[in-house]
Design a protein around this ligand. Structure first.
Ligand SMILES: [Zn+2]
Length: 298
């Protein structure tokens, strides 16, 4: 006989969801920002649906009462300052996604520092607010450049959300902690929070489920059930998406089969899926979550 807990979970009514905040995040970049080895990708848009997709994301947040952190590229801040201002006006957080979507582990420490600093300066100038969060392009903080977090600390960043605690052919630190923590680099605890991407445990490994390709791949019920299971244990889940992932009509990169599948699978169904997840759970920005649950002072 199933336990009352199981019955409630199956029925899935809103009352059964515990009052745990989840974190909503978007990586704000153009349709051509991607990092695939050996592929020459375009460097400018030449027209895109960026503005319309940002309008759609902000509207969706407003309609569902969700707050989010938008990790914005410096180049987006330069090109679309009005869009970045609108994010702040709607009560969301603007954080940094670096300047030009370069992989962090392909940069030297100094290049990485300069890239993030440039983006922070641009975004602070545009928004008039302090930028305290960062997410690396394509999860490019990995084991071998973990010390790059010291560059973020030096810039005044208070949280990093660049680590995906999984193993994939593109990224990940498979053994990294899965909870919010203060990372230790060179024997010293850094003065910033690491907010790792959410994973679920399947036999033998961890797998992403609530962002990007995984969000597009997995059915809505599985994503909701996994978020609900995390929330029942008092843990918050993180969702992440890009503007291009809610728009099947956006311009597309020409990619080999595998990369095309990862980049574009089920883009058509993602906006509706996002809406249904946002209506089901409570979502806040990373900063709000850290203030409420981890004593962030900023
Ligand atoms: Zn990105």
């Amino acid at each position: 006989m199933p336990s009352p807990e199981t019955v409630r979970a199956r029925r899935g009514d809103a009352e059964s969801v515990p009052a745990v905040d989840n974190m909503l995040t978007f990586d704000i970049e153009e349709w051509f920002h991607a990092n695939y080895d050996g592929l020459a990708l375009p460097k400018s848009a030449g027209g895109s649906n960026f503005r319309a997709n940002m309008d759609a994301l902000l509207r969706l947040c407003g309609e569902t009462g969700s707050k989010a952190t938008f990790f914005v590229l410096g180049t987006i801040g330069e090109q679309y300052p009005d869009v970045v201002k609108a994010i702040v006006r709607e009560g969301h957080d603007v954080a940094s996604h670096g300047y030009g979507h370069e992989l962090a582990y392909r940069q030297t420490f100094e290049q990485f520092y300069a890239d993030v600093k440039k983006s922070v300066d641009i975004l602070e100038h545009v928004t008039g607010t302090k930028v305290i969060g960062y997410r690396a392009p394509s999860w490019s903080i990995v084991a071998r450049n973990l010390h790059y977090l010291e560059a973020l600390e030096r810039i005044g960043i208070k949280y990093d959300a660049s680590i995906f605690p999984v193993k994939t052919f593109l990224y990940g630190i498979p053994e990294a902690p899965t909870h919010v923590h203060k990372p230790i680099v060179g024997g010293r605890e850094l003065d910033l929070f690491e907010v790792p991407m959410s994973v679920m445990n399947v036999p033998g490994r961890r797998v992403g489920y609530s962002g990007g390709f995984y969000f597009r791949l997995f059915p809505s019920f599985l994503i909701k059930r996994t978020i609900e299971a995390a929330n029942r244990q008092g843990r918050s889940a993180i969702v992440y998406l890009h503007p291009r992932e809610i728009d099947a009509g956006e311009r597309k990169l020409v990619l080999p089969y595998k990369e095309h599948f990862i980049h574009y699978y089920n883009v058509r169904g993602t906006k509706a899926k996002l809406e249904s997840v946002l209506r089901r759970f409570r979502f806040v920005s990373v900063t709000d979550h850290l203030r409420r649950c981890h004593g962030l002072q900023a």
